[in-house]
Design a protein. Structure first.
Length: 175
């Protein structure tokens, strides 16, 4: 019997590969370096090297905060390709406190507020600029509580996340 194969209708999904990676990191200062190396390897492997420097910087800041402010547990990093040129990185830790302004949607934070925080951070302080870097460099960012059960059972904590997108130059599409 002979079979005929007809062309399939175009898929509504874009023709990019969907992917996600998770890293479970122990509570150790070395985990920050491991997260940077693993993230760079993932982005290089998926052809997203143009986002690597910014993503590594922002992830390093978020994992460092996790190490500093959630001393009783590990850190988890999740990296996902959202679109052909868009990336989301989420960092989970066991501390349920979502730092300001990650407890609000990015659209609710006026650019002037971020600029004012940047000016304030330009003082002689040696810490406290990590999440400000995320706000200034990411295309989108936020945070949400995880697993807070009224009964007190189950794991708790928070996710802080950011997204980056590759931007073509004015002639990038025509090239």
């Amino acid at each position: 019997m002979s079979r005929t194969v007809s062309p399939q209708s175009p898929s509504p999904e874009p023709a990019y590969e969907r992917w996600a990676y998770s890293f479970h990191l122990p509570h150790s200062p070395r985990s920050v370096r491991v997260a940077r190396l693993a993230l760079r390897a993932v982005l290089d492997g998926h052809g997203m090297t143009e986002l690597a420097d910014t993503a590594v910087l922002l992830t390093s800041e978020m994992v460092t905060n996790s190490y500093r402010y959630a001393p009783d547990g590990p850190t988890r990093v999740r990296v996902r390709g959202l679109a052909e040129s868009r990336l989301r990185v989420s960092v989970w830790d066991s501390n349920p406190v979502i730092p300001t302004p990650f407890d609000q949607p990015p659209s609710s934070c006026a650019h002037g507020t971020v600029a004012a925080r940047a000016a304030e951070a330009a003082t002689e302080e040696t810490h406290g600029r990590g999440l400000l870097l995320v706000q200034l460099c990411a295309d989108d960012w936020g945070g949400y509580a995880y697993g807070q059960h009224p009964s007190g059972t189950g794991s708790t904590g928070k996710f802080l996340w950011y997204e980056l997108a590759h931007r073509c130059g004015p002639y990038g599409i025509a090239a």
